[in-house]
Design a protein around this ligand. Structure first.
Ligand code: ADP
Ligand code: MG
Length: 972
């Protein structure tokens, strides 16, 4: 944040606060805030009751900005409620600035215990880190426990010492982008952010009073439908309407404007014409309303920006505009204009607009799963799916989250939130991105390349989100995931009283990558004993049509008790011997995930009532293994394939959960612990500085130069073959001579990595080596695909070859030739490619595939979301068709997979650390038995909106509003 920027953030209690640097004009207000502080508060702040302190403090805080001090103000509703500042300490002898600063805070009496000092501290930390300070020192009276707690809870390893009544607290700042201290701090900030966000949503989703503004007397009007739905839903709180022309609407007391309401409502639902919205929002804010749901469609960009500004200024959370409302059926809050009343239940649902979203509400209600809360977020100027995920994570009711929306907002944040929430409850969505390749191509030609590498579905799966290609499958999967535990493995027991259907299910299992259980040995014999004559137990269990309801039930229980079985499918058709066989499924006491198929049911999916006939909302929580499903409802599908598909998704989700526990790799060399000892800049800071410098010169972004690429890759420990630029034939010959002489190795990776400028090294790791050879690459500005243009000459073994090669390139490119790169030739490996592409929904992807010329011809690629664990990296390597080449095909030596994984993880880390990297392409990386080394690299960087993960902030930028308004059209 520079001197003029200001950001909004949420306090622990959900209040919106503005944080900004003071300006000269703030002098009087700062002085007034300090003067208004109680004597006790003043004493704690200044250790004295001095009357002049307020004025001195106001002067100090409003000084011109400088490197040796910083100050911040916190404002709520335009009033200054807190101040903070630091002063960099000076060496007593020399007057030189030291690497620490003294900090001090003051918070208005009425605003204590709301986290203002904590938030100001976070912002000071951010400012101080940018200035390269090492730590803060704060002096506090020992009785000032709230202030001491602010420091001790900051998430930083503080130390304190006491002298007399004063405690001196030392707060080390998280060092430049390192290590575990940083993670701990970020976790603390993220936890506070979550808590604040949830608190701010409480008046929206748990309001005690609601006003509907713009409720017309006509039944068809939007506002009127909301009033009627609130009545129909049986809202437990107090309800008002605002309408200048009515005393009551549907019996609900109506007032001419918000000011005249008998109380300040928590939530206002706004359905007035676009030009009136901002004024209404203003009066709601002034009255103290805490949340707005704006149904109004058709607001233009300026109106939208004003609306958001008003909401921020008054600390109101905003849903919409252009939305269909919200509902929390359990409390009767039905502030939406759907035709039906949703059932209270366990599914959280966020949707962009109404339409199919409402249809989904109906489906989930019909099934009996019901809704914990839903929000149609419309243009999502403020509340988005991220907020809803955070809400459901803590509401104690939601067991499955369904995101029925087109776009997810900030990709990195979304991916992080989704991963965290998915570990606790299934998160489902429809991937509406099948035409996205086209959309992306329009936005950015090069980025479109990312899409073919991997399906949207696979990306969702990696983020832990269960994505279905269609609406029907979404409902089918939700029915299973909301009622059944997550399977612990892939083995599925199939039981059916219609043999043919069991076979179909088995086929579907194979296609889903599931394994059909084959009972063996004593278990098979025991099973046979439970079954009628003629039954088959090898593979899908065919009970024959003669089985009774009780026998069927016992067979299910028997199979569920088998440790080899991870989940079960029971397929039935009612028969004369067992007309009520469906009830046999409900009655089974089964502790494994169970899906039923009832071949003659009319619905695609329904829930069979549980053993104890309870509604799903009171059954034990799904989402953990070992929960008996026998007590709760069981999803029943009309077709075997549908049941198998739903189970397949649950199985893969379980595998994701198991995998997602994987540890993120640590790279001390990148993180800078080594640099810290050597007193040099951490590589990560060096890399950031390099990218910043490039963008300062090239504000629009572009491709990094050869030298910049090498510096960046080397900072991240990614091996690249050195390349020396030559501008004449003699220079080229000279550079090649160093390679021939073995000073720059040309065969092994270790040797090749040695820089030409370093001391000569011996020939390598024993054994006869092939003779070193060189590669010449024409450096032609703007040329992207060098070999296609004849710009790469490989395997030049003598000085004469090199000289001739130089002349060839000079003749071929004439005046376009800026120089010739001379590189050692790396032989004896497999060419692979490692890349990064920035996905609009999920952030950076790491791409891996067969490289070199084969890249385009064979299109053998795969991609995974960054950051990668070692397991992810291995899975990525194994996922390409040509993987056997790397494992040592037909007696060829295997590539060094450890080195390859290392390259992938380091590239992933680079992409994750430096969001400006929009594309990175190492092609080829030569994967040899003794390592992996890149011989060609391209890196494109583009400017990013400055974001500091250390700062909690709400978004407020007109640019954002423009993007949202233009990008998503009108969902109504
Ligand atoms: P471009 O991708 O622009 O065509 P590259 O630098 O990737 O240019 O070179 C093209 C091909 O030449 C590579 O795929 C690889 O087969 C070969 N090649 C290039 N440099 C080397 C090298 N240093 N060692 C071995 N082979 C190389
Ligand atoms: Mg290449």
């Amino acid at each position: 944040m520079d001197g003029t920027a200001s950001v909004y953030a949420l306090l622990a209690d959900g209040t919106t606060v503005l944080i900004r640097a003071p300006v000269a004009g703030d002098f009087d207000a700062i002085k007034a805030m300090h003067e208004a502080m109680s004597p006790a508060n003043t004493y704690l702040r200044f250790f004295s009751m001095s009357r002049t302190a307020a004025e001195r403090e106001a002067r100090r805080l409003t000084r011109e900005p400088g490197r040796d001090h910083a100050a911040l103000l916190a404002l709520v509703g335009g009033d200054i409620v807190g101040t903070a500042g630091y002063e960099v300490a000076k060496d007593e002898a020399t007057g030189e600035p030291r690497d620490f600063a003294e900090i001090a805070f003051a918070v208005a009496d009425s605003m204590h215990h709301r986290g203002i000092a904590t938030l100001l501290l976070e912002h000071l930390v951010s400012l101080a880190r940018a200035q390269g300070l090492g730590y803060f020192v704060a002096e506090t009276l020992s009785e000032n426990t709230p202030m001491i707690r602010v420091f001790s809870d900051a998430g930083l390893p503080v130390r304190s010492s006491r002298a007399g009544g004063v405690i001196t607290i030392t707060i080390p700042l998280p060092p430049a982008d390192t290590s575990s201290e940083l993670d701990a701090y970020l976790d603390t900030v993220a936890r506070r952010e979550r808590k604040a966000s949830v608190a701010s949503l409480r008046p929206v989703f748990e309001p005690e009073s609601v006003v509907v503004i713009g409720a017309g007397r006509r039944h068809a009007s939007v506002g009127r439908s909301v009033v009627d739905n609130m009545l129909k839903g049986g809202f437990r709180g107090r309800l008002y309407a605002v309408n200048p022309n009515a005393r009551q609407i549907s019996g609900v007391p109506s007032f001419p404007d918000v000011e005249q309401l008998p109380e300040v409502p928590d939530l206002a639902v706004v359905a007035v014409p676009p030009p009136a919205v901002v004024g209404v929002a203003q009066s709601c804010g002034a009255a103290g309303v805490r949340g707005l749901v704006v149904l109004t469609a058709g607001m233009d960009i300026a109106q939208s920006a004003d609306l958001l500004a008003v909401c921020r200024g008054h600390g109101m959370r905003l849903i919409g505009p252009n939305c269909f409302g919200i509902a929390v059926p359990a409390t009767g809050l039905d502030a939406a204009f759907s035709a039906t009343t949703p059932l209270a239940g366990v599914a959280g649902l966020v949707m962009q607009s109404g339409g199919l979203g409402f249809a989904l509400v109906d489906q989930l209600s019909r099934l009996g799963i019901g809704i914990s809360s839903f929000a149609s977020v419309g243009n999502k100027l403020d509340v988005s799916s991220n907020d809803m995920l955070m809400w459901w994570e803590q509401d104690g009711v939601t067991r499955v989250a369904v995101l029925y929306i087109e776009s997810f907002g900030n990709p990195r944040k979304f991916a992080r939130t989704a991963r965290r929430v998915s570990a606790r409850m299934p998160v489902l969505t429809v991937h509406a991105g099948r035409t996205e390749a086209g959309q992306q191509a329009a936005a950015s030609h090069t980025r479109a390349a990312a899409t073919p590498f991997v399906t949207r579905e696979a990306l969702f799966e990696q983020a832990g989100i269960i994505a279905t290609p269609g609406y029907g499958e979404l409902v089918e999967a939700t029915a299973l995931l909301a009622t059944q535990p997550i399977p612990g493995g892939r083995t599925i027991a199939i039981v059916s009283n219609v043999g043919g259907a069991g076979v179909l299910a088995a086929d579907a299992c194979h296609e889903e990558g599931l394994v059909v259980h084959h009972p063996r040995g004593p278990r098979a014999r025991a099973l046979q004993a439970l079954l009628p004559e003629g039954s088959a137990v090898d593979g899908p269990v065919d009970t024959t049509a003669t089985i009774s309801r009780e026998e069927f039930c016992r067979v299910l229980e028997h199979l569920a008790a088998d440790d080899h079985v991870d989940a079960m499918i029971a397929i039935v058709l009612p028969t004369a011997p067992a007309p009520d066989i469906v009830a046999g499924i409900s009655a089974a006491a089964v502790a494994k995930p169970l899906a039923a198929v009832v071949l003659n049911q009319p619905q695609a999916v329904r829930l069979l009532p549980g053993q104890n006939e309870t509604a799903p909302s009171s059954s034990p929580p799904a989402g953990s293994t070992g929960v008996p499903s026998g007590a709760g409802p069981v999803p029943a599908y009309i077709y075997p394939e549908a049941a198998v598909r739903a189970l397949g998704r649950a199985v893969r989700h379980g595998e994701w959960r198991a995998r997602s526990q994987g540890e993120m790799p640590r790279f001390p060399d990148i993180e800078g612990r080594e640099a810290a000892f050597a007193g040099t800049m951490a590589p990560i800071a060096e890399a950031r500085a390099l990218v910043r410098a490039f963008l300062a010169r090239t504000p629009g972004g572009g491709w990094l130069s050869h030298a910049e690429r090498h510096a960046l890759l080397r900072a991240y420990g990614i091996p690249v073959a050195p390349i020396v630029s030559a501008c004449t034939e003699d220079q080229a010959a000279h550079a090649a001579a160093a390679i021939f002489a073995g000073q720059v190795g040309g065969t092994g990776v270790a040797a090749a990595e040695k820089d030409a400028s370093k001391a000569p090294v011996s020939g390598g790791s024993g054994g006869p080596l092939p003779r070193a050879s060189t590669v010449l690459k024409a450096e032609v500005p703007g040329l992207v695909h060098k070999s296609e243009a004849g710009a790469v000459l490989v395997d030049l073994r003598t000085e004469a070859d090199v000289r001739e090669g130089y002349r060839t390139l000079a003749a071929r490119f004439g005046p376009d030739l800026a120089g010739v790169g001379v590189q050692p030739m790396i032989t004896g490996g497999t060419e692979v490619m490692v890349g990064v592409a920035d996905d609009q929904m999920f952030g950076p992807l790491v791409i891996f595939g067969l490289g070199g010329i084969a890249t385009e011809v064979l299109a053998d690629h795969s991609a995974r979301l960054a950051p990668l664990t070692a397991d992810d990296a291995q899975a990525l390597i194994d996922s390409i068709r040509s993987a056997p080449l790397l494992h040592g095909h037909r007696g060829a030596p295997a590539a060094d997979l450890g080195a390859l994984r290392d390259v992938l993880m380091r590239v992933s880390r680079l992409a994750d650390d430096i969001p400006e990297i929009s594309e990175l392409d190492l092609n080829p990386v030569i994967a040899r038995p003794d390592g992996a080394i890149a011989v060609d690299a391209r890196i494109r960087v583009v400017p990013q909106e400055p974001t500091d993960p250390f700062l909690r902030r709400l978004r407020l930028s007109l640019r954002m509003v423009v993007i949202l308004s233009l990008g998503e059209g009108n969902p109504l």
